[in-house]
Design a protein around this ligand. Structure first.
Ligand code: ATP
Ligand code: MG
Length: 439
């Protein structure tokens, strides 16, 4: 059970500098725009959950509110900012970079912003990657392109070298846009800076196309990802429908969490089967996937499967391979299903036309859709307000339609999953009419 203490965000020190944002509200009462330091967003969202805790109001677990503060830790006149993007690509990275730069520039008058290139590698002088000066002119149109203008990378860097670089370059605030691994890295950077008594704020904007980081609401880029995946499912449906005994399979991203599979399947209601890492299934036997697919083809004339890349890994050999950051490499469940389903039809002398769609990298690299672009900008603005107020070792998120600050350790201690007992999975079962249990 979470406690209030676990949700407390670290601060570099007392705020002393009046925020220049006041100039923008034309002499109106600024407390309407500024976030009250004592106002917090409740962790629990039902009366029953709150009642169960049996705690007085002030002790209920709650998040610090994101947004502009009237007094800042950093003097905006003398602030130097660094931005880094790490891990895999995700729609919206450039929107976040753009909004960080513009918010710093326009509202805080902070013009000294550099972008470290190729992830944490750009913070290690050994790699010889010179940072880029990020000006409003440079970032003006970057949101129109997918990817990240700063580049990215995986692989460990020595945290002491990274903090040496930040100190040598006089960085006051480092914004890290990256996934779970990057946030673990950001936490170590923040810790090391605190141990050295260096006033460096480290603020994360969590990136996960799979939506598997907990406590941040929905992650940016996720909506774009599932709406693109839904287009592939539609194509698979059309192909399968047009063939005699057509089977369409779409493998979507989702290493450990099946959110993209669930949402993209729900978006078009074209999927007959959704397979996700959280819900184990059998291939063979009377209740296995092969049997159910064949039955579907017999009754409907075709079948469409949506498979998260991390689903059914227990059916594949684990060769222990990892990427440069030590993340396990997944075996290809889509290919296995194609082989097994076509072999199954062949063994019964039944015709099948199999269409395999793997939109993975295509989805990662597209620009963000408008809803995500808006979200990216607002997350980035929240991150800037937090950094200027001296918050560190935290990420921004959105809970109950409010922007919040969450301590990094609290978002890296576990992953966010589709609950097999939850209402999302129930919606998927309802939409696909697939069996409740295929084991
Ligand atoms: P994604 O998985 O969504 O692509 P990620 O941020 O998890 O993004 P990783 O490649 O795992 O991607 O990590 C990015 C960077 O963070 C790498 O440079 C890696 O060395 C660093 N990192 C990963 N895990 C840790 C950790 N436990 N401690 C410190 N740094 C880490
Ligand atoms: Mg990761």
């Amino acid at each position: 059970m979470v406690t209030l203490a676990e949700l407390q965000v670290r601060t570099l020190g007392p705020a002393r500098h009046p925020s220049p944002l006041a100039q923008y509200v034309g002499g109106r009462a600024t407390n309407e725009y500024y976030v009250g330091e004592d106002d917090r967003i409740l962790f629990d969202d039902t009366i029953e959950l709150i009642r169960r805790r049996g705690l007085p109001l002030e002790e209920l677990p709650s998040f610090e509110t994101g947004g502009p503060r009237d007094t800042l830790f950093f003097d905006p006149k003398h602030v130097r900012v660094g931005i880094v993007t790490c891990g895999g690509l995700c729609p919206g990275l450039n929107d976040v970079i753009r909004a960080l730069v513009m918010e710093l520039h326009e509202h805080y008058g902070v013009h000294d912003v550099i972008g470290f290139r190729n992830g944490y590698a750009g913070l290690n002088p050994e790699h010889g990657l010179e940072p880029i000066q990020l000006t409003p002119g440079f970032v003006a149109n970057i949101h129109e392109r997918g990817g990240t203008v700063l580049g990215s990378s995986r692989g460990a860097q020595d945290v002491d070298v990274v903090v040496d670089t930040l100190q040598a370059r006089g960085i006051d605030i480092l914004f890290v846009i990256g996934g779970d691994g990057s946030m673990r890295g950001a936490h170590r950077i923040a810790q090391t800076a605190l141990e050295r008594d260096a006033d460096i704020a480290v603020v994360g904007v969590p990136k996960t196309i799979d939506n598997d980081i907990p406590h941040i609401g929905q992650s940016f880029g996720f909506q774009t990802a599932y709406s693109r995946a839904a287009q592939s499912i539609k194509a698979a449906k059309i192909e399968a429908e047009a063939s005699i005994n057509g089977v369409g399979l779409v493998k979507v991203m989702g290493r450990h969490a099946g959110f993209i599979a669930c949402y993209s399947a729900l978006a078009g209601h074209d999927a007959d089967f959704v397979l996700i890492p959280e819900v184990p299934f059998s291939l063979d036997g009377d209740n296995g996937v092969l049997e159910h697919v064949r039955r579907k083809v017999r009754t409907q004339g075709h079948a469409v499967l949506v498979v998260a890349e991390g689903a059914g890994q227990e059916h594949l050999p684990d060769d222990g391979a990892t990427d440069a950051s030590g993340n396990a490499r997944l075996a290809d469940i889509g290919r296995l299903l194609r082989e097994r389903i076509t072999a199954d039809f062949a063994s019964r002398d039944e015709e099948v036309l199999f269409r395999y769609f793997d939109p993975g990298y295509f989805i990662r690299s597209v620009p963000a859709e408008p809803s995500d672009s808006v979200y990216c900008s607002r997350l980035a603005q929240t991150a800037v307000h937090a950094g200027m107020a001296g918050r560190t070792d935290m990420v921004v998120g959105r809970r109950r339609h409010r922007f919040v600050h969450v301590p990094i350790p609290y978002v890296t201690h576990r992953a966010h999953h589709v609950s097999p007992d939850g209402d999302l999975w129930l919606s998927v079962l309802e939409s696909t009419a697939q069996p409740f249990d295929m084991r």
